[in-house]
Design a protein around this ligand. Sequence first.
Ligand SMILES: *Cc1c(COP(=O)(O)O)cnc(C)c1O
Length: 410
Amino acid sequence: MDLVNDRYTIQGVDLVELTETYGSPLYVYDAEKIEAQFKQLTSAFSGVKMRVKYATKALTNISILKLLRSIGSELDCVSIQEVQMGLKAGFEPEQILYTPNCVSISEIKEAVELGVMINLDNISILEQFGNEFHNTVPVCIRLNPHIMAGGNKKISTGHADSKFGISIYQLQHIIRVVNTYGLNVTGLHMHTGSDILDAEVFLRAAAILFDAAKSFKDLEFIDFGSGFKVGYKEADIVTDIEELGEKLSEAFKEFCKEYGRELEMWFEPGKFLVSESGVFLTKTNVVKTTPATAFVGVDSGMNHLVRPMMYDSYHEIINLSNPNGTKRIYTVVGYICETDTFGLDRKMNEVKEGDVIAFKNAGAYAFSMASNYNSRLKPPEVLIHKGEAKLIRQREVFEDLTRNQIEVDI
Ligand SMILES: *Cc1c(COP(=O)(O)O)cnc(C)c1O
């Protein structure tokens, strides 16, 4: 988002004007930012064969998936519907990794039929998979190296009582199942959780994976998941991708030498690729002062952007309509009948009713977590691509709320 002649723009497209064209609230994504993030990640690693499997769940619009495909990304999917979405966006089945957690064997069989790579994260399903497919379908195994990482407890997946992955302490049991069924294990995977702050955490977990890899003779890749942290506030520490790239590339090459074969290195970034590309535009419905607080009430709420309420995530909030206004302190809230606070005590340029309020870092886990709570309609999405605004999802209408309801005579 740039401020040019007192107007906020993305690739020269005026954001306030977008709300006039498409209405409010509105999600807007910057294709250039997604491309730049992809380039930064892939160029940080050298001398290794690398694949980027974009974590589809972060932002699942088909046009976004097509954009990622066009720049060389592949996909990581956590549900059969995400797999179907990826195929619809034009990805080849071989480009898709399916990493479910606690899904039934029948959904896994469906994914096998679609021809995607299967990543399993519990021993029971691994046994059922062996029973069904023996060595005919390659499989990846998701390990939990128990490296504590991540910001919020709800998005940290590497700890000892996490439901994700198979504990590294169960390695002997895994090997027993693999040998008994003659499973063709072509990949090992870990995803330690979101918001990893330093390269050392990654390297510690990687070392555990390298060690486990010695027990599997047919590996073709190691998937290091994600956890790249992006900046939400000015002063935030972000993952140093260049440092990570340099150190992990070295460690990986060393490992491959020992393993005796050149393996591929996979990553599954979600947030890193799309978070900063997104901005959520809302309009001020009311400015309401109480004895203690000046509230800005916008035409949206936890139904459209739930991260602040769910994870205490911080999203920078900007008044786009008054870039030169006096700074004042506001608490920005939604219109939902629950306490849906977007931001507490935020310094913003003076807000009047009707002003357009923008939430930054709204690309990842923003629209994809939106709901119809309070019978509100989901907002449209616009992609700014090659300097042009393109509508990639229309605003819902009332019929979308009633479409699957069945009225019975009462
Ligand atoms: C959610 C998820 C990711 C992406 O995490 P980010 O923090 O958005 O980068 C990667 N891999 C798996 C298996 C996931 O569930």
